[in-house]
Design a protein around this ligand. Sequence first.
Ligand SMILES: NC(=O)c1ccc[n+]([C@@H]2O[C@H](COP(=O)([O-])OP(=O)(O)OC[C@H]3O[C@@H](n4cnc5c(N)ncnc54)[C@H](O)[C@@H]3O)[C@@H](O)[C@H]2O)c1
Length: 273
Amino acid sequence: MQERLDGKLAIVTGAGQGIGKAVALRLAREGADVVVADINTQSAERTTEEIRSLNRRALSYSVDVSRPSEIQSMVDRAAAEFDGIDIIVNAAGVAQTGLFVDLTEQQWDRVIDTNLKGTTFCVQAVGRRMINQVPEQIRAEGCSDRCYGKIVNFSSISGRRGRAEQVPYAASKAAIISVTQSAALAFAPYNINVNAVCPGVVPTPMWEQIDRDRGRIAGLAPGESMKTFIERTPLKRPGSVEDVAGVVAFLCSPDSDYMTGQTLNVDGGFEMT
Ligand SMILES: NC(=O)c1ccc[n+]([C@@H]2O[C@H](COP(=O)([O-])OP(=O)(O)OC[C@H]3O[C@@H](n4cnc5c(N)ncnc54)[C@H](O)[C@@H]3O)[C@@H](O)[C@H]2O)c1
């Protein structure tokens, strides 16, 4: 049976664990070969093995997305190994939870460099490659229906409004919505779609850490912080990594060809704008 991502090559950053891993596996199930990019080499290797067991090609790549030179090397290697890049999903990210009055420059830089700078330069490096891999004659004639490029960025419900205890995280995720719109405009002439998702509360290692840190600040027992989010969520349950991966797969597929510059909440109705 023909799968909707057959023959596509996808890079997924942050694919060693959590939502990024679920996205990498989902794209592979839908037919894509995958470059599993993560700062954690061991976890990236594990995801890569799982993808190979699905009979897809996979490459594990160790990268720190806060370093644009490493991003460029990753993109060059992926393009050389797989004959072009069709998709990138920028899921790599870090969170930081603490009081605004205690925020340090180092904490700010770590979150902004990983989430915002990392996403921006991954978009740039892959966008540039997607443009350059189109034969010159097609580029000259106008790409419209003969080029394919899908870029999906990870924002968050924390990017939709301020967070007293996650200042750089919320700022980075709000800015990713803006970068997504700018990139959508810049790459539209080449038929490259750039969209983003805002997950709500999804139990992953990142959320376990947030729950612990928020609990410490507010004097809540483990799990209580997540519970308060769930109570305010219309669908009354946390999201699963598969909930998010399904929407990302849609944004990577031809089913979303007429969407660009959009940011979709995948949050059980927590935010509605
Ligand atoms: N879990 C949630 O509830 C939630 C909610 C909203 C948004 N998000 C976003 O979804 C994305 C995935 O989150 P998650 O919960 O799976 O997180 P996670 O911490 O479980 O996984 C993040 C992955 O990114 C990798 N990573 C971190 N820094 C990196 C760097 N500099 N270079 C390369 N890789 C790096 C980590 O090694 C890890 O494998 C993040 O962008 C996060 O901000 C998560």
